[in-house]
Design a protein around this ligand. Sequence first.
Ligand SMILES: *Cc1c(COP(=O)(O)O)cnc(C)c1O
Length: 385
Amino acid sequence: MSMKVIPYGRQDITQQDIDAVIKALTSDFLTQGPTILEFEKKFADYVGAKYAVAVANGTAALHLSTMALKVNSQSKVITTPITFAATANCVRYCDGEVVFADISPETVVLDVDKVAALLKASPKGTYQGIIPVDFAGYPVNMEKFRALADEYGLWIIEDACHAPGAYFTDSKGQQQWCGNGVFADLTVFSFHPVKHIACGEGGMITTNNKELYDKLMVLRTHGIHRDPAHLNENHGGWYYEMKELGYNYRLTDIQSALGISQLANANERMKRRRAIAERYDRAFAKAGIALAAPGKGIGHAYHLYIIQVNNRKALYDKLREKGIYAQVHYVPVHTMPYYQGLGYKKGSMPVAEAYYDKCLSLPMYPTLTDEEQEYVISVILANPQ
Ligand SMILES: *Cc1c(COP(=O)(O)O)cnc(C)c1O
């Protein structure tokens, strides 16, 4: 008999989701129809932003964002080494230079003090932007990054691929939702099946900036303008102009229908993720292997639940043997061979590298049952950590 595998993350597709996709398949539009707009509107409402642009995946969302903010070979952009490679790669797509700053050991997100030190050490104008990541679903304090960005004239792209539905509490006591456009210029999300909302592939960019919104809409479809107000000439109803180099980074109506249906259950699934995290926290309190629980006023989205252990490889292998497929997030980006080839060195980000040596992501998804979670906990506690 084959053992049932418990992965670190997985999608939850309901009959309602299936019905929504079938309805989309039998409608007039498979792509470029009205469902995309509906998804954009509903997602913007969900995170509290004015505008949302649906795109093919989270990586496309990042690429369009660096394009819209005019990253080029003169640009230096600061980001964290503890993220998926795409966060840094989007700067390279536009020939910009990635500058890594180390993480905070408590929160595992980009350390605002280290970024401040970096900015202070160079003349103003050296850097163009910052890309903080709401790693694991922990919401970065974007108010602090905004203050720094304003001081140095930088833009902010928030990579919230782990954090739809997360919030922090600002200095005025207001809950600020990831992607609400208050502090970040652009925020990107992913709808890959391991993320909170599954579209198969999919992504979203949210903003409160109308100019950036218009730019993204055009870049998403080849740089083509159709609005007569924006055309240099007009030969008739068929006429359009390609005015800049864009891409086909569109999401389909089929995927949007799935996204809308998934979004309807997002709050319920978030509750379940938080309940699972609490149960892990309680179980591991004595062993002292969990990351610090988020402080008051922090709405953690728990894309990942991470422990830190000295015997990481042995525990990973043991879990695997027991049908539990834990993961590691992430191998620090600056140590990837591609980035080492560009001159980045192992040893340059000591906090991130020490974190990487010990981190392990445990199963965390809404359909993980209590029994499965108990099993995961018992295997971990029965082995040396
Ligand atoms: C998943 C992810 C991406 C990329 O999203 P895709 O939809 O897979 O292209 C970017 N950044 C982070 C932090 C992610 O987790």
